[in-house]
Write a new protein. Structure first.
Length: 145
């Protein structure tokens, strides 16, 4: 089975679970289009690290991390994978010295997640501005910025 087959089967499985809307982007698809424009501006050149011990520590959003790799804001599919799945991911990220990032839809347990791991939350640019600002307020009420 080739990589294209694996992606096709994975997408089909996610769509059967009724969580596949995230594969197409949220509402305006601004994020997908903007990410593509940003990535198109860069070329990645691989280089070998030799004779120097690699140090991947960094600071993101005022949080010291062991690595610059941060979890994608895939809030929707994770809870459907099992009970307390987001909490399990949060504990794993804490152990890895990383940061958890949540997206839309906003989890109901942000304060509990923030107690486990450094947490960032973002709100998608909905065309309904009132809905967007209500979501921002919900995130801030949970103590997450």
């Amino acid at each position: 089975m080739g990589l294209a087959d694996i992606y096709t089967r994975g997408e089909a499985a996610l769509r059967q679970k009724e969580i596949g809307f995230f594969l197409d982007g949220v509402e305006t698809e601004f994020i997908l289009e903007n990410d593509r424009r940003v990535l198109d501006r860069y070329t990645f050149r691989q280089q070998c690290i030799d004779a120097v011990k690699a140090d991947t520590r960094c600071r993101i959003l005022g949080v010291d991390l062991a690595t610059p790799v941060v979890m994608s804001a895939m809030t929707m599919p994770i809870p459907s994978m099992g009970e307390d799945a987001l909490e399990q991911v949060a504990r794993g990220l804490k152990n890895a010295g990383s940061l958890m990032w949540t997206g839309t839809p906003i989890p109901q347990n942000l304060a509990r997640l923030a107690a486990l791991v450094p947490l960032a939350a973002n709100v998608k640019p909905f065309s309904d501005r009132k809905k967007m600002f209500e979501a921002v307020e919900a995130v801030q009420e949970e103590g997450v910025h």
